[in-house]
Ligand binder design. Structure first.
Ligand code: MN
Length: 198
């Protein structure tokens, strides 16, 4: 396999009660596994098979002949990153991160509200991100498989707002899922580490 499925960085039941093992088994074990397997199939014996996942995403982005490659590569990359954005019970935001977010968004709480609102405003399937763009912090939402990595932006955290990410645990209540993500699941220590890594 050129693009293997990464293991979850925690047990499938470690995020309960905020994200169930049923959701993670399906989301990681079926949806994400499906994207990785499809990408292997699509890129077999092509130049893409020798590239890193990130290179495949950048190279196939906007190429009408490589739409399926892009969709599966970007979904593989987005999900691989998403798993690392959560930790059991969440982690407290370091002061340095709170200060950086306060500078742009007013306060850490204002940032969390803006992030949740952006996730709610993404109509249909997609992702909501905090990215670093030329040294500035921005909230970005993307539809379907689209990813700021394709635009050369540095992702700091992402939440998956496809229904498959939350429907079993939250049904149609995307707002509750997003609020739980920022308050009980997000690994803010990891965000701070990404922000300080240049
Ligand atoms: Mn997903």
């Amino acid at each position: 396999m050129s693009f293997p499925l990464p293991d979850l960085p925690y047990a499938a039941d470690a995020l309960q009660p905020h994200m169930s093992s049923t959701t993670l088994d399906l989301h990681h074990g079926k949806h994400h596994r499906g994207y990785a397997a499809k990408l292997d199939e699509l890129t077999k014996d092509t130049p893409f098979a020798k590239m890193s996942l990130e290179q495949v995403v950048r190279k196939s982005h906007g190429d009408a002949k490589a739409t399926a490659v892009f969709n599966n590569a970007a979904q593989h990359l987005n999900h691989s990153f998403f798993w690392t954005c959560m930790t059991p019970g969440g982690s407290a935001a370091p002061e340095s991160l709170k200060a950086a977010l306060a500078e742009t968004f007013g306060s850490f709480d204002d940032f969390k509200k803006a992030f949740v609102d952006a996730g709610l405003a993404q109509f249909g399937s997609g992702w909501v991100w905090l990215v670093e763009n030329d040294g500035k912090l921005e909230i970005v939402k993307t539809g379907n498989a689209e990813t700021p990595v394709a635009e050369g932006l540095k992702p700091l955290i992402v939440c998956d707002v496809w229904e498959h990410a939350y429907y079993i645990d939250y049904q149609n209540r995307r707002a509750d899922y997003l609020k739980t993500f920022v308050d009980k699941l997000a690994d803010w220590e990891a965000v701070a580490a990404r922000l300080s890594a240049k």
